[in-house]
Design a protein around this ligand. Structure first.
Ligand code: NAD
Length: 444
């Protein structure tokens, strides 16, 4: 898979999960890429060949494309070398729920101060209208030579490399067709439909996609909660629904809710964006509310099994917001651990990506090196993140190390019969424990 290399190197501003994977993938396609970040430690690590994030396959691709990658903290070096600048800085939630655009603004100030001929390509997720706002800022500063395009990113952490090299679609919104053509040309060699549109539509495609996926998750979680009351099994229900091609099987896995750096903030930001324009996006309120409650239902289930949680020891298996990433942003584990501690429980936890000891996101939680250490003397264990090493645990060994005998499968992925055969009680999400029946392999 190779592209025709651009004449000038491609610039990437912000070398995080999106920026680094984007830069490395463009280098893999044959382009020269200059990656710039204000984080000196991160750039020093990258220069020495280290990779600051865990993303399957990334380190190998980076090593192969090393000769075409430059890492710098110098805006001067970046602007001198590159005409096209992909912006991939973080846009975290602000206290109001709107996207915080201070890092974008810092980049625009830098561009305005330096001038020149550049094409800014927005990869960061920004509210609809940001492109118009940036263009107005640039024009007010007399910088008509700077073009702007929106090229939102849809990668999933844990599968980011594959998602960037084999995307479902490439979305490009531009004010000027030639700028859109220039962005599209960089993706030559990537086999995917290209959606060419306006900047606001491109910005909205990103928000609407994430909000729809979050809605699917909250919907199946609501169905799961009803299943628990009526004796149905959400795993079979989701399987039966997903066979309908109008619905599809993905994102119908009931569990303890969505987390991560994108869904919570993007759903909230779309809700605020609608509100700011005078529209009350009611559906998203429910999506958000269901997601909040879903994590707390785990605590209610533990109480049903254990009575008071005061003095009880609970082990959490997994802390990252999903497997195959080291990202802890908005992970369900953060709320869960805090709620359990507030109920008076002792909490032990483990995660392949989190070093033993204390962690600022988990004050009061004893983080240990492995699952068997975490479950030692525990009254109950909760599978929080479906890392393969936890899904494949020997449950007899787990039960042997525990003081109690309760397990909550927060992701509905465990073999119920193996868990029960080990002498543990099993509670899934939307799975009627009393009426459990074998689930066909195809349904998992
Ligand atoms: P991140 O926090 O991992 O990385 C952002 C990087 O930008 C950091 O390294 C930071 O030091 C750097 N930075 C901040 N200000 C800068 C500046 N002025 N100049 C240079 N560098 C600067 O963020 P991320 O997860 O990569 O997300 C980036 C954007 O992409 C966000 O808008 C996010 O919503 C969007 N997005 C993220 C994902 C994902 O799965 N992480 C997927 C799709 C879209």
């Amino acid at each position: 898979m190779t592209a025709r290399p651009s004449e000038a190197p491609i610039g990437v501003i912000g070398v995080g999960y999106v920026g680094l994977v984007t830069g490395v993938c463009f280098a893999t396609l044959g382009h020269h890429v200059v990656c710039m970040d204000i984080d000196e430690a991160k750039i020093a690590l990258l220069r020495s060949g280290g990779v600051p994030i865990y993303e399957p396959g990334l380190a190998e691709l980076m090593a192969d494309a090393r000769a075409r990658l430059t890492f710098t903290t110098s805006a001067v070096e970046l602007f001198d070398a590159c005409r096209t600048l992909f912006v991939a800085v973080d846009t975290p939630p602000s206290p109001s729920g709107d996207a915080d655009l201070t890092r974008i603004d810092a980049v625009i100030r830098e561009v305005a101060a330096r001038g020149g001929e550049h094409l800014l390509v927005m990869k960061s997720t920004v509210p609809v209208g940001t492109g118009d706002r940036v263009l107005a800022q640039l024009e007010a500063a007399g910088l008509e030579g700077i073009g702007y395009a929106s090229n939102p990113e849809f990668l999933r952490e844990g599968a980011a490399v594959d998602d960037v090299l084999h995307p479902d679609r490439i979305v490009i919104g531009a004010f000027d067709a030639a700028d859109g053509d220039a962005v599209a040309a960089l993706y030559e060699g990537v086999d995917a439909p290209v959606v060419r549109t306006t900047v606001p539509s491109a910005e909205m495609i990103k928000y609407a996609s994430n909000a729809f996926l979050a809605t699917k998750i909250s919907f199946i979680n609501e169905i799961a909660n009803v299943c628990e009351h009526v004796g149905a099994d959400v795993r079979t229900v989701a399987y039966g629904m997903g066979l309908d091609r109008r619905i599809g099987p993905s994102f119908l896995q009931a569990g303890i809710g969505y987390g991560g750096s994108c869904f919570p903030k993007d759903v909230q930001a779309l809700k605020q964006l609608a509100g700011n324009s005078g529209y009350h996006f009611q559906l998203l309120n429910a999506v958000i509310e269901v997601n909040h409650l879903q994590k707390r239902l785990v605590v209610a289930k533990l109480k049903r099994r254990l009575g008071t949680l005061r003095g009880k020891r609970v082990a959490l298996l997994g802390l990252t917001f999903k497997p195959h990433t080291d990202d802890l942003r908005e992970a369900a584990s953060i709320v869960l651990a805090a709620r359990l501690l507030a109920e008076g429980a002792e909490v032990a936890a483990c995660d392949p990506m989190v070093a033993p000891g204390g962690h600022p996101l988990f004050p009061g939680v004893e983080i240990v090196g492995g699952a068997l250490d975490a479950v030692e003397s525990a009254d109950a264990v909760v599978l929080v993140t479906e890392w393969p090493e936890y899904v494949g645990l020997d449950w007899r060994e787990v039960k042997g190390a525990m003081r109690g005998a309760h397990l909550i499968d927060g992701r509905n992925v465990l073999d119920v019969y193996a868990v029960r055969a080990a002498g543990l009680s099993y509670d899934g999400v939307g799975v009627d424990g009393a009426a459990l029946r074998p689930v066909d392999a195809a349904e998992r």
